[in-house]
Design a protein around this ligand. Structure first.
Ligand SMILES: Cc1cc2nc3c(=O)[nH]c(=O)nc-3n(C[C@H](O)[C@H](O)[C@H](O)COP(=O)(O)OP(=O)(O)OC[C@H]3O[C@@H](n4cnc5c(N)ncnc54)[C@H](O)[C@@H]3O)c2cc1C
Length: 551
């Protein structure tokens, strides 16, 4: 039987997205200038850096110049500079070009990109600076000593469905670190535990999320130019908050997706299927005409904004990027804020190393650095905007206007949020037409323009070891049956964009949940949106999950 090896490091970074990589790069630079030699170790659950990265993406790039001051900007693999930036209001077959940019939404000077490619590039830069990067390892547990974080442990492998050790059992590694950085992205599974253990969200708004479903297409020359950027509002959404995006990339590729706030009420709402309906709109269908699907994926985004940020540090640990909730609403941009938060955490960490003090007393500087950075400038003025849309589009737009004239304060002060899982209505309470009734004539995929979930999942390259404990767990099977399945109609079968959840009905009409964890794309919607006692998502074996190459 293998026992856990212990590895010691100065810094452990959990997650190889833009925020974790920026922390690593900037900290390596700062320690070098201070003449300090320290070990920085970054662990990523994807088989390679980038394989679990999904974004739109149109990026505000200035922060990359600060992160990599010695690099020629043209070397960073951004795609195309934005050449056209339009907002469309869609009805079922019509469109109105909105003649102005809603505030905060202009993409002037921004670049389109594959965030996965950017992360691969950043990983190379980090390694050149001496950072050790280990992809293919999932971090599953936080290590504590006397109630303080002392690092984390990677998952045990070689266990069966029940958790029994098999012949190939391999205990995970204990990684002990002076400082641990949580950079797990949206709804981080360990960050969630850290926030709960230390009550870091006390007095803060509930974090709320949206789900983005995306496809990458290859289209005939002339359908869309590199750098052409479109955002859409309206069809096929009704009461749901959200919209579509279409980004023209080099080599006749186009990235497109639909992002929908998870605070909707309809228990049968299905973002994947809404996305397929959206593609049938003539404006989108024309852009895709003659093209082919290349890749598919889904991921959530934290949308709560400034008032939903948890306390960002505890003794020996800090939180960066989407795990903290650094995302600019309504631009729906988190990459530059992820990088910026990583840089501020790195500055704090460098000071902690020079004082050899990793307590909250030193790490609280992180708050001041955030307030002095572009993060505050981007997030504070928009702190009340998203909450307004919980009451529908009209109320949301009026509140948006109020925020604009009051510098974000609004007329009634801080607006609250409600957890996404609590906004879903029971089937008996939802009085409007259910999603699948609304679009019943549009939900049959033609496998040319529109696809079912199984086909789309195939285009994510997803793969999970058969022998492991299912990484999605129904928290209370009894209440799940009576509440989630019977009262709510099992929303998981609709909100999951990769068909992980299936309801099987036997000949007596009994309904039973079947879980296909092998399809999971790690979007975490099930952890966020399941009503009642819900579902918990944790990391599967390292290297398992999607294998995105260009997202
Ligand atoms: C559909 C969509 C469109 C978007 N469009 C844009 C856009 O156009 N512009 C923009 O600026 N932003 C956009 N965003 C937001 C942006 O992608 C995120 O804000 C950004 O990626 C956050 O970076 P991060 O490093 O915090 O997290 P991530 O990019 O999610 O990276 C986290 C990494 O940590 C790894 N990880 C997680 N848990 C563990 C663990 N326990 N052990 C080991 N590894 C772990 C993950 O595998 C992942 O690689 C979009 C997001 C979505 C979903």
């Amino acid at each position: 039987m293998s026992t856990a090896d212990t590895v010691s490091t100065d810094v452990l970074i959990i997650g190889g997205g833009p925020s974790g990589l920026a922390t690593a790069i900037h900290l390596a630079d700062l320690l070098k200038s201070a003449g300090l030699e320290r070990r920085i170790l970054l662990i990523e659950k994807g088989a390679s850096v980038g394989s679990h990265i999904l974004s739109g993406a149109v990026i505000k790039t200035d922060v990359f110049k600060s992160l990599l001051p010695d690099v020629d900007f043209a070397e960073i693999p951004f795609n195309a500079k934005v050449t056209k930036d339009a907002m469309m209001m869609l009805s079922e077959n019509g469109k109105i070009h909105v003649p102005f940019h809603p505030p905060y939404m202009s993409n002037k000077g921004n670049y389109t990109a594959s965030l996965g490619q950017i992360c691969r590039y950043l990983a190379k830069k980090a390694e050149e600076k001496g950072v050790e990067i280990y992809p293919g390892f999932a971090v599953s547990e936080i290590l504590y000593d006397n109630g303080k974080v002392i690092g984390a442990k990677t998952i045990d492998t070689g266990v069966d469905h029940h958790g029994n050790q098999l012949e190939n059992f391999q205990a995970g590694n204990r990684i002990e670190a002076k400082l641990t950085i949580f950079a797990e992205g949206t709804r981080g599974s360990l960050t969630k535990k850290l926030i709960q253990k230390f009550d870091l969200a006390k007095g803060k708004n509930e974090q709320i999320y949206s789900l983005g479903v995306k496809e990458l297409w290859s289209v005939p020359e002339g359908n869309i130019a590199p750098g052409e950027v479109y955002h859409t509002m309206g069809y096929p959404l009704r009461d749901e908050f959200g919209g579509g995006f279409v980004y023209g990339l080099n080599d006749n590729k186009v990235a497109l997706g639909l992002v929908v706030g998870l605070d909707y009420e309809d228990p049968t709402f299905d973002t994947h299927n809404a996305f397929q309906v959206w593609k049938t709109h003539p404006f989108i269908a024309n852009i895709l005409k003659g093209g082919k699907l290349v890749e598919y994926g889904a991921k959530t985004l934290p949308e709560g904004g400034w008032y939903s940020l948890p306390k960002l540090y505890v003794d020996n640990a800090m939180i960066v990027g989407d795990s903290a909730g650094f995302l600019a609403m309504p631009a729906l941009k988190g990459i530059h804020l992820g990088v910026a938060s990583g840089m501020q955490a790195a500055k704090t960490a460098a000071n902690a190393f020079s004082k050899n003090d990793f307590t909250e007393n030193t790490l609280k500087q992180y708050d001041d650095f955030i307030k002095d950075s572009l993060i505050y400038k981007d997030m504070y003025p928009t702190r009340n905007i998203r909450q307004g849309f919980a009451k529908g589009m009209v109320a949301g737009v009026l509140n948006f206007g109020t925020d604009l004239v009051t510098g974000g304060a609004g007329f009634v002060g801080k607006l609250k949020t409600e957890a996404d899982k609590d906004t879903t209505k029971k089937l008996s309470e939802y009085k409007k037409t259910l999603f699948h009734e609304r679009y019943k004539n549009k939900l049959e995929p033609d496998k040319v323009l529109t696809f079912d979930k199984a086909t789309d999942v195939y285009y994510s390259g997803v793969n999970h070891d058969e022998q492991q404990v299912a990484h999605v767990k129904v928290n209370n099977p009894q209440s799940f049956k009576t509440v989630n399945i019977e009262e709510y109609g099992a929303p998981c079968q609709y909100f999951c964009s990769s068909e992980v959840y299936e309801i099987h009905t036997d000949k007596n009409g009994n309904k039973e949940l079947r879980i296909h964890a092998e399809n999971c794309m790690h979007c975490k919607t099930c952890d966020i949106k399941s009503p009642g006692d819900g579902i918990t998502w944790s990391v599967p074996n390292g290297g398992n999950g999607p294998d995105w190459q260009n997202m």
